[in-house]
Design a binder for this molecule. Structure first.
Ligand code: SF4
Length: 243
């Protein structure tokens, strides 16, 4: 299946007109920062709250959905399930995509830094694409520029991607966890295997996943951000186990 990017009707997106009106009225970076702040989340059950999360599209519109490039069967994709269960999720993520395509990387980075200034808690990283995936090479170029602008502020940018059809040589300044082996790209492989015994020599099991499979309560597991295996651009391949 070819990437599905752009195949939906934007006139059907709840709340998009309000977002467009807010963007039209935005004169300053501060204005953009308040808009962007409404489309960034901080942490989740597996990610520490010091990590910002931004999607450039939804799982429904993911270029790798229901293709052999994605390791997860389409009917088991959590991000896609959420878009079917919660009525606000898909429109929110499609508005994120619209916002992503409306902001140049310099404005995005400057607006993000203003959000960081307003926060009380430290910010260590930005994760792109909790849902969806990189669609086109220009997504890589734009994220790379954002990473260059955030790096002097001690904020790292990372992602997981199954978009093996893109030119990842363009990603010189952020960390890519490669989710399939259809081409050589990314800084490491992040993959799923049936059991711990299937993890190759020299690779490691995700500490959160390992703790989960050993019955450690959610609040006591090492979260992404506290664990930096996928955030740093050096280090071993990382595996999660299916059992
Ligand atoms: S290895 Fe660390 S950073 Fe990567 S997913 Fe697991 S907890 Fe998160």
């Amino acid at each position: 299946m070819d990437p599905t990017y752009g195949e939906y009707d934007t006139s059907d997106i709840d709340g998009l007109q309000t977002l467009i009106e807010r963007m039209s009225a935005a004169d300053t970076i501060e204005d953009w920062s308040f808009i962007l702040a409404d489309y960034i989340s901080w942490g989740n059950i597996k990610i520490d709250k010091s990590v910002a999360i931004f999607n450039m599209n939804s799982a429904t519109d993911c270029p790798n959905a229901d293709t052999e490039r994605c390791q997860v069967p389409w009917n088991a994709c959590y991000a896609h399930k959420a878009e079917n269960i919660y009525p606000n999720t898909l429109p929110y993520r499609r508005r994120q995509e619209y916002l992503w395509d409306s902001m140049d990387p310099e404005t995005w980075a400057e607006a993000f830094l203003q959000i960081v200034e307003r926060k009380r808690n430290p910010v260590t990283a930005v994760r792109f694409s909790e849902a969806g995936d990189f669609r086109v090479d220009s997504d890589i170029v734009r994220v790379n520029r954002i990473a260059q602008l955030l790096e002097p502020h001690g904020i790292d940018v990372y992602t997981y991607s199954a978009s093996s059809f893109l030119n990842w040589d363009l990603a010189t300044d952020f960390t890519i966890n490669q989710s399939n082996e259809f081409s050589a790209y990314g800084d490491r492989l992040f993959s799923a295997v049936p059991t711990v015994d299937d993890v190759p020599e020299g690779a490691v099991v995700c500490p959160f996943d390992y703790a989960k499979s050993n019955g450690v309560p959610t609040e006591d597991r090492p979260k992404c951000g506290e664990c930096r295996l996928c955030i740093d651009d050096t280090g071993p391949d990382v595996y999660i186990t299916l059992h």
